[in-house]
Design a protein around this ligand. Structure first.
Ligand code: COA
Length: 417
């Protein structure tokens, strides 16, 4: 089967997580992704958090599957010539270096555009061009702080909190994928003209905290946010408070203890009380008298006793495991889920079957698990192959670029590759 992105050649000048997550996804969909890495060391994640001595770390293997690896010192004259040839033959260059690094290397947008007018140059930076923080280097949690996620996550009596989900890194990479595919589409419509595409990590996080900006404006207008735990007993200031585990969209919810919570840190479910589902909630938890009781039968009436209601539900849950509880609640159409640990996710048969959790065989580290494509297609099977060893495809890529065996040996001797 022809893969949708077959024939698209991508220079993957990315490192760490945000950039590699984007190019990995494009590789899954069939693009020829050539990861350009510094000779000798490569992407820093190859050696970060290793669990097997001298082998590529999972941090690297889980973000660089289905790619080729070309080692190239792009600060040497010979290395620059190789990169120039590669640029002439490629469709997209993706990079997430610190601001200005590509320019300092001599590969400005103007130079790249001159070498290949059809080239799309896609970048991830911490902050957008012209932003007053544009010169800052940025990692995941820095982006969560600057993007409004940290200030709105956690509990009101604790500090701003970051999420374990890579809202700054992989999320930005996914935004970049959308940008790259859009630019490829635009190129087809624009007589082959390439363009620059950039996503800042701050912006990508802000895109996910849209509902909190909604709440800021409601708070400015009314001084309260009636679905937050602070209402009606607590105090609001003039900024959106941290809401703990409250639901964000007007469906009150909370993380509730289930049987075994005393010893199992994940023996919890997320329970929602949607307005229209109240009769079913009341029925499911054995409180049918709450269905028509005016003290309970509207969201507003329940709000001042929402934590008493959750406490009652926790009592109901105390003799049920999280899985038993969900099995009961699903019969009542109540949106809920067990809080799953990473161990449970790793072993979940449905996730294995759908290809979301995939076992990959690596020539050095053996079998490992990775996260496969969250996007499923009816006409595309996505095979996840092992990440490349450092420089595994250097000679093949150089041959494809027209270098002779003698020239390739010279490049090796001069440590340009
Ligand atoms: N050959 C020669 N030099 C290379 C090279 C290669 N193949 N690949 C990289 N380099 C050089 C760069 O040109 C740069 O040199 P310079 O500083 O002299 O200009 C140098 O390596 C280091 O690159 P840099 O990006 O500054 O790495 P860093 O480890 O200092 O910073 C980040 C890492 C992630 C903080 C930074 O790259 C960054 O802020 N990126 C943008 C936001 C981002 O993507 N964050 C990470 C999300 S996971």
């Amino acid at each position: 089967m022809t893969k949708p992105l077959e024939g698209i050649k991508i220079i993957d000048f990315t490192h760490v997580q945000a950039g590699p997550a984007a190019t990995q996804m494009l590789a899954w969909f069939g693009a020829d992704v050539i990861k350009v890495e510094r000779p000798g060391s490569g992407d820093v994640t190859r050696s970060q958090l290793r669990h097997i001595k001298d082998a590529d770390a999972l941090y690297f293997t889980m973000l660089n599957s289905n790619k080729k690896s070309l080692t190239l010192d792009t600060k040497t004259q010979k290395g620059k010539k190789v990169l120039e040839r590669l640029i002439r033959e490629s469709d997209v260059l993706v990079e997430n270096f610190a601001p200005g690094a590509l320019d300092r290397m001599g590969f400005t947008w103007e130079h790249i555009h001159e070498l290949n007018p059809g080239m799309i140059v896609a970048s991830v930076k911490g902050f957008s061009d012209g932003h007053h923080f544009e010169d800052l280097k940025v990692y995941e949690n820095v982006a969560q702080a600057a993007g409004g996620a940290a200030s709105t996550t956690g509990f009101w009596d604790g500090p701003p909190t970051v999420s374990g989900a890579a809202l700054g890194d992989s999320n930005t990479g996914m935004h970049l994928v959308i940008g790259i595919l859009t630019a490829l589409h635009a190129r087809d419509k624009n007589g082959g003209k390439g363009q620059k595409v950039s996503v800042s990590m701050q912006d990508a996080v802000i895109n996910l905290v849209r509902v909190k900006l909604r709440d800021q404006q409601r708070l400015d207008a009314t001084g309260i946010l009636e679905e937050y735990p602070q209402y009606p007993h607590g105090q609001f200031t003039d900024v959106v408070p941290r809401g703990g585990n409250a639901g964000g969209g007007g469906q009150p919810g909370w993380v509730l203890k289930c049987k075994g919570w005393e010893t199992d840190p994940n023996a919890y479910i997320y329970f929602t009380i949607q307005g229209h589902a109240w009769p079913k909630v009341a029925e499911a938890i054995g409180k049918p008298e709450w269905i028509d009781d005016p003290a309970y039968n509207t969201a507003l009436a329940r709000q001042d006793k929402i934590f008493d209601i959750f406490s009652y539900i926790e009592e109901w849950l105390s003799d049920k495991t999280k899985f038993e509880a969900v099995d009961i609640l699903r019969k009542f159409d109540i949106p809920c889920a067990p809080v799953l640990s990473m161990k449970e996710i790793a072993n979940d048969p449905s996730l294995r079957k759908s290809g979301t959790i995939v076992e990959v065989n690596h020539p050095v580290i053996g079998k490992y698990l990775t996260v496969g494509s969250p996007i499923k297609f009816s006409d595309l099977d996505i095979d996840i192959t092992a990440s490349p060893l450092l420089g595994q495809h250097t000679n093949d890529v150089l041959k494809d670029l027209g270098y002779s065996q003698e020239e390739i040996s010279e490049l090796h001797d001069e440590k340009a590759v």
